[in-house]
Design a protein around this ligand. Structure first.
Ligand SMILES: *[C@@H]1O[C@H](CO)[C@@H](O)[C@H](O)[C@H]1NC(C)=O
Ligand SMILES: *[C@@H]1O[C@H](CO)[C@@H](O)[C@H](O)[C@H]1NC(C)=O
Ligand SMILES: *[C@@H]1O[C@H](CO)[C@@H](O)[C@H](O)[C@H]1NC(C)=O
Length: 328
């Protein structure tokens, strides 16, 4: 059953990536469509581990409440305290964001004698570019130049673009990507970009909080923080953070043709993207699987972060069980 689910999630992913920019769609190897279970393998390059600074660049107009939703999620990743048990029934205490992140710590370089420390992310600098200084259409080169203003060795730069910014490729099969830039020191520094999709393509990038753009139509869920754009950003940041830490420069864990996956880091199936569409047990295309529902707001979630914030986070592929592990 698990492998069947994996195949379903693969087919789901493929149906979503058919709209990828022409080049990546035509380059997608036919071997991606096959019936064996997903297996992410290691490709002899570095993984990120230990203390990592996450520098943030907010491009465009974000409200302080939108920033708080995202910052609370990022701060929760390495927050050691488990959430307060739900008062109704303490045996049903929901999983925490840091528990979710622990799966990423299971990705280790094979035969490294377990000396590798799990990645601990700490939010570092934040830059707010609310004046749209590079305009509202950003090319890949514009994005890289924004990244370079913050990127440092040992850091991940996270660029978030507001709902009215249209970076190259956004909504054309992609909600964000991760890659790297070369620093003046010649070191390579990983970065992530994700766009707020609320007014451009919520059906692609903010499902299940919006009706899906393609495929089976189920009812949409209520966003746990009441903001389709920011709750959607969190889901996509989560997915890409998992991929960035376990495959920062293209030589980490992924499944796919090496030549293609090296050329476009993050295009292939990684820790965070392998389980696309799976949020709870029993997921199938168009259905998230069982998730928790907040009694007051009606918001759907599967993890709790700092200050009781609720989030819906994608299942991660577990390198020990070789399955998409769901939290609830
Ligand atoms: C930013 O958002 C505020 C409130 O929604 C709005 O008044 C303002 O015009 C926006 N600024 C830009 C540059 O879009
Ligand atoms: C708490 O949940 C457990 C398992 O669902 C159930 O057996 C138990 O009766 C519940 N306790 C209370 C006080 O509701
Ligand atoms: C954005 O990138 C394009 C080409 O990729 C370049 O021509 C343009 O000058 C860049 N814009 C800014 C403001 O740097």
């Amino acid at each position: 059953m698990a492998s069947l689910k994996t195949v379903f999630s693969l087919l789901f992913l493929i149906s979503f990536s058919l709209n990828d920019s022409l080049t990546s769609a035509t380059k997608t190897p036919a071997s991606v469509v096959r019936e064996t279970p997903l297996l992410l393998t290691y490709h002899n390059g570095p993984l990120l581990s230990g203390q990592i600074t996450l520098n943030l660049l907010w491009y465009g107009n974000f409200t302080s409440s939108q920033r708080a939703i995202i910052l609370d999620y990022l701060h929760s990743l390495s927050h050691p305290i488990n959430p307060i048990p739900s008062h109704q029934n303490s045996s049903l205490s929901p999983p925490s964001v840091s528990q979710w992140w622990r799966t990423i710590g299971k990705y280790v370089v094979p035969n490294s004698q377990n000396t590798q420390k799990p990645a601990v992310l700490r939010v570092g600098k934040q830059a707010i570019h609310s004046s749209y200084s590079l305009g509202r259409f950003l090319t890949r080169a514009n994005l890289s130049s924004l990244v370079r203003t913050l990127a440092r060795p040992g850091s991940i730069t996270l660029v978030l673009t507001a709902h009215d910014v249209n970076p190259e490729g956004f909504c054309l099969g992609t909600c964000g990507h991760h890659s790297w830039v070369r620093l003046p020191s010649l070191e390579r520094a990983p970065y992530i970009w994700v766009g707020d999709s609320s007014s451009q393509c919520p059906g692609l990038c903010a499902w299940p909080f919006h009706k899906p753009a393609y495929g089976p139509q189920g009812p949409s869920l209520v966003a746990p923080n009441g903001d389709v754009g920011s709750d959607g950003l969190v889901m996509n940041i989560a997915k890409l953070l998992g991929g960035t830490v376990t495959n920062p420069l293209g030589g980490g864990f992924y499944e796919g043709e090496e030549e293609l996956c090296m050329e476009e880091v993050g295009l292939c199936m990684e820790a965070g993207s392998a389980c696309v569409g799976v949020y709870g047990k029993g997921a199938y295309p168009g259905y998230t699987g069982e998730v928790l529902v907040d009694e007051l707001s009606g918001g759907s979630y599967n993890a709790v972060g700092m200050r009781g914030r609720k989030y819906l986070l994608p299942a991660l592929w577990d390198p020990q069980t070789h399955k998409c592990e769901t939290l609830v």
